[in-house]
Write a protein of this length. Sequence first.
Length: 188
Amino acid sequence: MGHGSSGLHSAPQALRQRIDLLVREIAKFGAVGGAGLLVNLLVFNLVRQVTDLQVVRASVIATVVAIAFNYIGFRYFTYRDRDKSGRTRELTLFLLFSAVGLVIENGILYVATYGFGWDSPLQSNVFKFLGIGIATLFRFWSYRTWVFKTLPAREAVADAESFLTERHTGPTLKERPTPATAGRRTTT
């Protein structure tokens, strides 16, 4: 009974650890993403004020600047503990998924601006912000799933170590009955 009950206590603890790791990852992703959001909106409004570019073109420039900023933040802060062996693959996938996010983000702005005629500075910023939010959900899923792949799970290593520890604290081979002697009583 002793080693069976420890399995019951380790399952909620393992779940709690996984949730804690996910919460930390979301917080780090949010910190980098929040800074990237500021970069994106600042560049967007600066380009709109300084140039005569159309709204969506100014937004695409701002998004590209934010993508570069975010890659550095994600690689060296949020996902610094992830696999770094395939940088070319990682960067290629990051750019691919970022491009999809760029289309989502700027597609929403495009529809609002050219489909509905909502192109005042306030409306443009609202729909830019909305597009960033929707694209961020896609980016979070794709980056953590495909781009910044996890190293072999720490939980798997911990589970294997705990399994070995439980095996060594259980009955030794000398104490375990063999199939031939399992039903016999010994008298000494």
